[in-house]
Design a binder for this molecule. Structure first.
Ligand SMILES: *Cc1c(COP(=O)(O)O)cnc(C)c1O
Length: 438
């Protein structure tokens, strides 16, 4: 299929050389992409000067806003010291400072931090650590993973194996290693099934992997915190490691610093995967936080086989850690979580109107993570895409997951801004319904 010649010169230059992720390039130009030239606060500005409210936080990474003077200053200050120095066998000051601050707030006992640059790497590291942990302990029979239906853990082959598939990734099935799969948050009794599977298969399970509270990429499916608590207790009781993938939910999205906290003080992941909002959306950074009890199984003689032989060139980048440290401080200094809980309540009230609309099947929300599941009439096509395109034309940047419209506004969004997002969404849904009625 030949790509149409785009009328926008930036789109033409873009499509000539850039291959966009999760994007069919033959239709890229036809879907009227926004080419961002700059940003300010919670808005991005395109090459033509149009402004868009960033209602997806640049695909879930931006937290406090774009071009925040405090975060800009943290990067500039670190640039005057060093941009990057390897962590393989050596240390780096801003990394140590950030790791100390992070370890003070994660719901993990005696934490140690393995850094990476992307969420998928944080997951990949967690699954390799969990696997080798049991080898180092002399129990190699425990090598399987339990993961949920609807799970998404990233796009590298290991993370893809833990994920449930979909998004056109079934082509890679021959490359994926098998996992024990139980129902996800779409099933009301997901936890009972997972707990039973842990009880039945404990002797061969290395770890259970979940996205606590919200399965984001599968359309913002939500769980009850008490169900997380039950699963955590079962893992503990049977000595199965618990990996919590908080790449999406971490750093305030759900109204707590980490979604795991909703499951109570006794819910302590053995491995916690962090990414996306970790650097406030500034620079690529991810982390696998490992409990002391797991970490200690890797201690042994120099160059010995208990060592974790894994590491990425840019893992623990100094600039990224400097901005991540300042970001963590600002979350606290500005009492951002209280703000999130207040505006999320307000948004929840407004979304009740959306849930009642013709053309909407369900609205799911935890904090500022929202999925509006559309209910297209029989024969209607690409509703998610068309509704989001209508929102973009009205100055609100949205991107769907199939027929689920995702709202993931920055943590500092005001009630007025969220009202505008809802108003625009309502108008865009009405427009698409009217088009199909003609
Ligand atoms: C986005 C995401 C990932 C992958 O992170 P990348 O930085 O895109 O590699 C992993 N897990 C969850 C839950 C995510 O939402």
């Amino acid at each position: 299929m030949a790509a149409p010649t785009p009328s926008d010169p930036w789109v033409a230059r873009d499509a000539a050389v850039v291959w966009h992720g999760f994007t069919q390039m033959a239709t890229y130009a036809g879907n009227v992409p926004v080419t961002v030239a700059s940003a300010e606060g919670r808005e991005v500005v395109d090459v033509h000067g149009n402004r868009y409210f960033d209602a997806i936080s640049s695909l879930w990474v931006t937290t406090l806003g774009h071009r925040l003077p405090e975060l800009d200053a943290a990067v500039i200050d670190q640039l005057g010291r060093v941009a990057h120095a390897t962590l393989l066998g050596n240390g780096s000051v801003s990394v140590i400072e950030f790791a100390e601050a992070l370890c003070a707030v994660v719901p993990v006992d005696a934490p140690h931090v393995l850094f990476g640059s992307d969420g998928a790497v944080a997951v990949e590291q967690a699954l390799k650590v969990a696997f080798q942990y049991w080898v180092n302990r002399g129990e190699p029979r425990r090598h399987r993973f339990l993961a949920l239906d609807g799970a998404y853990h990233g796009d590298t082959v290991g993370a893809l194996s833990l994920g449930a598939g979909g998004f056109g990734t079934t082509v890679f099935d021959p490359l994926r290693f098998p996992v024990l799969r139980t129902p996800g948050y779409a099933s009301a009794d997901w936890a009972a099934t997972a707990v039973a599977a842990v009880e039945d298969h404990a002797d061969t399970l290395a770890a259970v992997v979940i996205e606590p509270l919200v399965q984001g990429a599968s359309g913002m499916l939500v769980a009850e915190a008490t169900d997380l608590t039950r699963l955590g207790e079962a893992c503990r009781a049977h000595g199965v490691l618990l990996i919590c993938d908080e790449v999406a939910t971490g750093f305030g999205r759900t109204g707590r610093l980490f979604a795991s906290e909703w499951a109570g003080p006794g819910f302590r992941p053995d491995l916690l995967c962090l990414g996306k909002g970790i650097s406030g959306g500034y620079l690529p950074l991810s982390a696998t936080v490992v409990a002391g009890s797991v970490y200690e199984a890797f201690l042994g003689e120099d160059l010995g086989d208990r060592t974790f032989y894994h590491g990425h060139s840019y893992g623990g980048n100094a600039l990224a850690c400097a901005v991540a440290l300042r970001h963590l401080q600002l979350l606290e200094e500005w009492d951002v979580l209280a703000h999130v809980r207040a505006v999320a309540d307000h948004l929840g009230g407004r979304l009740a109107e959306v849930a009642a609309l013709e053309g909407v099947a369900e609205v799911r929300r935890r904090g500022l993570m929202v999925g509006v599941e559309l209910d297209p009439p029989p024969g209607a096509s690409r509703w998610g895409r068309r509704v989001c395109a209508g929102a973009v034309r009205r100055g609100v940047l949205l991107r769907p997951l199939g027929d689920v419209v995702v709202l993931m506004p920055p943590l500092t969004s005001t009630a007025d801004e969220l009202d505008r997002v809802v108003d625009v969404l309502v108008a865009a849904i009405a427009e698409v319904r009217a088009e199909d009625a003609r």
